[in-house]
Design a binder for this molecule. Structure first.
Ligand SMILES: NC(=O)c1ccc[n+]([C@@H]2O[C@H](COP(=O)([O-])OP(=O)(O)OC[C@H]3O[C@@H](n4cnc5c(N)ncnc54)[C@H](OP(=O)(O)O)[C@@H]3O)[C@@H](O)[C@H]2O)c1
Length: 262
């Protein structure tokens, strides 16, 4: 019987590319995001190109009630989730004192609370079966504080710490947990949604594409790797960050991301 992967944030960017990779490996899919029209297009594309089933569920996962409602809908339809991919997330650029609080609050809810709640809900059935995988999408932002995107960077540090701890908790149960840490990635709406177009540094970067990041994440999940940082340069950066004084690293990120005049 085909295995099923539930992917949040599958209507575009890295989540859409992950859906294609899982479909290529003969998984059935449960795709979740807000944009029903985009999910319908992807469902029709993937059912034409792959033999597996594609279920689509529209949820605003920044709403606190959504994880339980999604879990219950999955159960009601008799679906079994073998792989949970917590990918949905977004950033918000700018000084904290000037941020739109509703947007920031949704960011914290989606990036951390929803990811944790969905894991809490889908993990017990995996433990009962003695098999399952969790792939959480963090970022290279997880490895250092990020002035002018302070909450986003901190939310990704949470995702990394949470996943490393979870991997330890489930060790020996047949369940694995992997945290994928991409650096800035092209072929996504992330930069536009986070208003990062204003940052000169990001305009100059030659970025890897979302398909390469998704394939790397899938491979890391298959190898049961706990922390998977995409790209040699990103791994070098992460290593350098770990040996440099935290204050120096924070100042460097602050200089790179500072809005004009700050
Ligand atoms: N792109 C990068 O440079 C980069 C780098 C490092 C890490 N990441 C991480 O990679 C993950 C995927 O982001 P991406 O780069 O692929 O960005 P993206 O192109 O903006 O895709 C984000 C996905 O999340 C969904 N989403 C956003 N808010 C949602 C909500 N409230 N409820 C349900 N779904 C929601 C979006 O769908 P709808 O709008 O249809 O809901 C979309 O499918 C995120 O966790 C991000 O933090 C991205």
């Amino acid at each position: 019987m085909a295995k099923t992967a539930l992917i949040t944030g599958a209507s575009g960017g890295i989540g859409y590319e992950l859906a294609k990779v899982f479909a290529t490996h003969a998984y059935d899919l449960i795709l979740v995001a807000r944009s029903t029209d985009k999910l319908q297009q992807i469902q029709s594309e993937l059912t034409q190109s792959h033999p597996g089933q594609v279920h689509i569920f529209s949820y605003d996962l920044s709403q606190p009630a959504s994880p339980l409602a999604l879990f219950e809908q999955v159960q009601q339809q008799g679906l079994t989730v073998d792989v949970l991919v917590n990918n949905a997330g977004f950033g918000d650029y700018g000084p904290l004192a000037e941020c739109d609080w509703d947007k920031h609050s949704a960011l914290l809810q989606l990036n951390m609370v929803t990811l944790t709640h969905l894991t809490r809900l889908f993990l017990p059935p995996m433990l009962e079966r003695g098999s399952g995988k969790v792939l959480n999408v963090a970022s290279t932002a997880a490895f250092q504080p990020g002035p002018f995107m302070a909450a986003y960077y901190a939310s990704k540090a949470y995702v990394m710490s949470f996943t490393e701890a979870l991997a330890h908790e489930v060790d020996g149960t047949g369940i694995t947990a992997t945290v994928l840490c991409p650096g800035p990635t092209r072929g996504t709406d992330f930069q536009a949604r986070a208003k990062l177009g204003e940052v000169e540094f990001f305009k100059q970067l030659k970025l890897p594409d979302a398909a390469a990041v998704a394939q790397f994440g899938y491979d890391a999940l298959e190898r049961n790797q706990v922390v998977a940082v995409h790209g040699v340069l990103n791994r070098l950066l992460v290593f350098t960050n770990r040996i440099m004084p935290r204050r120096t690293v924070t100042n460097a990120v602050g200089r790179l991301q500072a809005p004009e005049g700050k």
